[in-house]
Design a protein around this ligand. Sequence first.
Ligand code: SAH
Ligand code: SF4
Length: 423
Amino acid sequence: MPTPLMTIPGHIDPVPVPREVTPRADGRVDLVGLSRLGLIDLFVVAGLDARAAKLRAKQVFHWIYHRGVTDFDAMTDIAKTMRPWLNDRFVISRPEIVEAQASTDGTRKWLLRTADAHDYEMVFIPDADRGTLCVSSQVGCTLNCRFCATGTMRLVRNLTPGEIVGQVMLARDALGEWPKAGGNMAGLEDEPDDDGSADAAQAYSADGRLLTNIVMMGMGEPLYNFDNVRDALKVVMDGDGLALSKRRITLSTSGVVPLMARAGEEIGVNLAVSLHAVTKEVRDEIVPINRKYGIDELLNACAAYPGASNARRITFEYVMLKDKNDSDDDARELVRLLRHFRLPAKVNLIPFNPWPGAPYECSTPERIRSFSDIVFDAGISAPIRTPRGRDIDAACGQLKTASTRKSRAELDRLAEEKQAALG
Ligand code: SAH
Ligand code: SF4
């Protein structure tokens, strides 16, 4: 059934006044998310001289991000007399787990809570040759893509670098993937690339780790929380710490054109773009940021994305919505656009994952197959994503909404309120 056209409430700008993070009640500072330089600065402010601060930062960085330690007393190369000094001032925390679920297909999902009591989500998807962690960048989202459960929520606030890195740390905890002291992973640190990031691909498959890839595809628009996402991913890529290669990290954007070049230059990870439609009319409806940055502008920014090449293609995500964006003509127009802008592209066809009150249905398997064949026959890879974790509502935004189910009318009202509040 075609969806009647209506004004889509919503806002397409970043958080106007980013909400401050509430400090911890005990006054201690959480170290998770800080870079080596950030640790040095903090230790100097707390009273160490420059040389001592540099040494301690190097040690603490390694313990936090490489070894997964959360207790200063476990930092055996730091003098016993020094450890209470650290303990009094700092903590190494993890996000609080509100709910953890495991699907019959191995997909795992966590509902997490920030220290100031905001809920967000993280999903782990194991495959034969990789394990992908889907990480959130915001609590809610300012954008209102009409098929997305997160889009129906209020934006509460940006996640801090600590809360973004904290998701990766928590996943390592849950998967039991920190190297043990004297264990056989101790000698497997990756040599950093010349840009400082580690090319962990070989080492990770060699040591049998489950968490090999990260996608910034959880709740939120990562480019509307640019600084925190950049700082977090830099920590995740650091060869002395979590050491995930930039080739194994993908940032997904709904099309925040002005920040795409900076993402390529300052973060350098793979790019995925939530295209989802090939005409202005349909994209305006389902991905409202299109009204601000249209398809031509978006594809031009993709063509200019630093680091994109045939070896590192841009992924175009396309959610399959029945009678909305799934015709053979749509598929042919998609091929034309990708060729016209000379994009090194692959297309991910995502069967729509329905949620209560969603105004769309998923396309039929035959329709999706026909769409895929057209794109594939044009020489562009167009795999159909197998839905994962459907029994646990694993599409991002769904676990959180499941606890507060609302009608579409209620959701539209909330979105209007959100718009009014954002001015
Ligand atoms: N805000 C970013 C990243 C998070 S959304 C973005 O929009 O790209 C990650 C991906 O999940 C996007 O491609 C989004 O369109 C898709 N998605 C959201 N809800 C979905 C649903 N119900 N079914 C299928 N895909 C969905
Ligand atoms: Fe936000 Fe992405 Fe969902 Fe759109 S698809 S509402 S940008 S999280």
